[in-house]
Design a protein around this ligand. Structure first.
Ligand code: NAP
Length: 482
C-alpha cells in the first residue's frame, strides 16, 4: 500500500506539468482501451454486481464518453482560468504589479469508488477522469463489491496511459478499509473523493479534516430526491407520471443516489401504482446494501400511519419493490424513519392537501438533496408553485421539471451535488465538466521574469490556452459597466 502511494506521488510532478493536450490524448487512449476490452470487462461486472448486461454496457459507454469529455476539457485549456493583469503605473490605488494567475493540480487524489456504478463511479469513473484531466494522479480505493473488475479496469487504464506516453503510475489501486483510511491520512495524498453512505462518508470526511494537514474531501452521500406532483399535472397525464415514477424507483433495483424517495401527490386524486407489482425480484449489489435496505424497509413498514401499496419482499440477496403511502402529518411526525434515504427499491407517496401551502412542510422535512422535481400542468404558474420551487431550489443541486432524476446526463451544465447531507461540499459537482475544479488550486505569479513563467502564463502562450487580460489603465473606468 505504501508502495502504491509512493508510486502515484512520484508520478505527480511529471503528470501535473504535462501540457493538458497530451493528457487529453491519454484520456482518449484510456477510453478507447476500455471500449476495446468491453467483452472482457462485462462478464466480471455482471458476476460481481448482479447488474444486467444492458445496463453495464450502457454504463461502460457512459464512462468512456465521460473520459472523452474531460479530454476535451483538458485540451481546451479554459479550466486553467488564466488571468493576466498587466503592470499599471496609473492604477487608481497606486502602481499595480504584473500579476498572472492560473490553476494548478492539487497533487495525488484518493478516490473511494462507489458500489452502484462499477464503471462510471469506480476505477475509471468521473472522479478519476476529472482528476486526471486536472493533472492529478489518482489512487483508487476499490469498492469490495467488485474487486476483480477493479483490478482489470486498473490494468487497462495503466496500460493505456503508458502507451500514450504518460506514467502508468498516474493511476494506482488499493483494496481494503484499513488501507483506504491509511491512505487518507497519508500526507502525500492531497485531496479525496467519495461516493457512498452518509455514515462512511462522514467518518472519512472527519479523518480528512482531522489530519495535521487537512485536505479537501469531496463526498457524495445520501439523497431523498423529493418530487412534487400538482393536481393540474395529474389531471393531464396521471398514467404517464405513475409509469415514470415506477420505472425511476425500480430501475437498477432502486440503488441509485438519484432515486425519487418521496413523491408528493394531491390527496384524493387517482394515481395508479400497479407498475410496482410486476417488477419481480432484482439482485442487490452486495450484502452491506441488502442489510441496510432491510433495516430501512422494516422501519418504514413499521411506522404507524403508513399504508402499504405494494409490500414487496427481500429474499436472500434479491428484493422486490416496496411502495407505501402516508399523509403530510404522519411524515412530519416520523421524519427520521420516513424521510431519510432508503437505498434500494422503495419509495414513499405523501398525500397533501392542494388547498394548503406545501412549501413550509417541505422546508421542515427535506434536507439537502442531489435533486428535486416537480410535475406541473402545461402553463401552470401560481404563488403556491413558486413557493414550492423556491424551497426545493434551496435544497437541491438539480431542479427537474416534468422528468425523473435517475439518469444523470454527462455534459457541461450538469450539477450532481447539493447541500449537506447530499454532499460534504455544496459548491461543486461530481458529474459534468465543473467537476475538474475540485482538484485544482489557484496561484498568482507577481512580477515574474518572462523566462521563468510557466507556459500558460507566458505572453507567447505556447500551449494556446485562453488568457483573460486586464490591460493597464482599465481601473480608471471601473464602475462604468454598472
Ligand atoms: P459505503 O458502505 O459507504 O462504502 C463506501 C466505501 O467506504 C467503501 O470503499 C468502504 O470500504 C468504505 N468504508 C465504509 N465504511 C468505512 C469506515 N468506517 N471507514 C473507512 N472506510 C469505510 O457504501 P456502499 O457499500 O456502496 O453502500 C452502502 C450504502 O451507501 C448504501 O446503502 C447507500 O445508503 C449508500 N450509497 C450511496 C450512494 C450515493 O451515490 N450517494 C452510492 C452507493 C451507496 P469497505 O467496504 O472496504 O469498508
Amino acid at each position: 500500500m505504501t508502495d502504491s502511494i509512493a508510486a502515484v506521488a512520484a508520478a505527480a510532478p511529471e503528470f501535473g506539468s504535462t501540457e493538458p493536450r497530451r493528457r487529453a490524448r491519454a484520456l482518449v487512449a484510456v477510453a478507447d482501451a476500455l471500449t476495446a476490452a468491453a467483452d472482457d470487462l462485462i462478464p466480471p461486472a455482471m458476476a460481481e454486481t448482479g447488474l444486467p448486461e444492458g445496463r453495464l454496457r450502457g454504463e461502460l459507454k457512459r464512462t468512456t464518453v465521460q473520459l472523452k469529455l474531460f479530454a476535451d476539457v483538458a485540451a481546451a485549456g479554459a479550466f486553467l482560468d488564466v488571468r493576466l493583469d498587466a503592470a499599471d503605473p496609473d492604477f487608481v490605488l497606486g502602481p499595480r504589479p504584473d500579476l498572472r494567475r492560473y490553476l494548478v493540480p492539487l497533487g495525488p487524489v484518493l478516490n473511494f469508488a462507489a458500489s452502484n456504478f462499477p464503471f462510471a463511479f469506480s476505477v475509471a469513473g468521473g472522479d478519476t477522469a476529472s482528476a486526471l484531466a486536472a493533472g492529478c494522479p489518482v489512487l483508487v480505493k476499490a469498492h469490495p463489491g467488485h474487486p476483480r473488475l477493479s483490478d482489470l479496469t486498473a490494468s487497462i487504464v495503466r496500460g493505456a496511459l503508458a502507451e500514450a506516453g504518460m506514467p502508468a503510475d498516474a493511476l494506482g489501486l488499493i483494496h481494503g478499509q484499513d488501507e483506504g483510511v491509511a491512505a487518507l491520512k497519508d500526507e502525500r495524498i492531497a485531496a479525496a473523493s467519495f461516493t457512498g453512505s452518509l455514515r462512511a462518508g462522514r467518518a472519512l470526511f472527519d479523518i480528512a479534516a482531522a489530519r495535521p494537514k487537512p485536505i479537501p474531501f469531496y463526498g457524495e452521500l445520501g439523497s431523498t430526491n423529493p418530487v412534487v406532483v400538482t393536481a393540474a399535472a395529474l389531471a393531464e397525464r396521471s398514467p404517464q407520471i405513475a409509469a415514470g415514477f415506477a420505472a425511476s424507483v425500480t430501475g437498477s433495483a432502486g440503488q441509485l443516489c438519484t432515486k425519487p424517495g418521496l413523491l408528493f401527490v394531491p390527496a384524493g386524486a387517482d394515481f395508479a401504482t400497479d407498475g410496482f407489482g410486476g417488477v419481480g425480484p432484482q439482485r442487490l449489489l452486495h450484502p452491506g446494501i441488502t442489510e441496510g435496505f432491510t433495516r430501512r424497509r422494516e422501519q418504514v413498514l413499521g411506522t404507524a400511519g403508513v399504508a402499504v401499496l405494494c409490500e414487496g419482499s427481500i429474499s436472500g440477496d434479491a428484493a422486490e419493490p416496496t411502495l407505501v403511502e402516508t399523509d403530510l402529518a404522519t411524515l412530519l411526525g416520523h421524519r427520521d424513519t420516513l424521510a431519510d434515504e432508503a437505498f434500494g427499491p422503495l419509495s414513499v407517496i405523501v398525500r397533501y392537501d392542494p388547498a394548503m401551502p406545501l412549501a413550509p412542510a417541505i422546508a421542515e422535512l427535506v434536507e439537502g438533496s442531489l435533486t428535486a422535481g416537480v410535475h406541473i400542468g402545461s402553463g401552470e404558474d401560481s404563488p403556491w408553485l413558486r413557493e414550492v420551487l423556491g424551497v426545493l431550489g434551496d435544497r437541491a443541486g438539480r431542479l427537474l421539471f416534468n422528468g425523473w432524476p435517475t439518469g444523470v446526463a454527462v455534459t457541461p451544465a450538469m450539477q450532481h451535488g447539493g447541500p449537506w447531507p447530499a454532499t460534504t461540499n455544496p459548491t461543486t459537482t461530481s458529474v459534468g465538466t465543473a467537476a475538474i475544479g475540485r482538484f485544482l488550486r489557484p496561484v498568482t505569479y507577481q512580477d515574474c521574469p518572462a523566462a521563468l513563467l510557466p507556459p500558460p502564463l507566458r505572453d507567447d502562450n505556447p500551449w494556446h490556452v485562453p488568457q483573460t487580460r486586464s490591460a493597464a489603465g482599465e481601473s480608471a473606468t471601473w464602475g462604468s459597466l454598472a
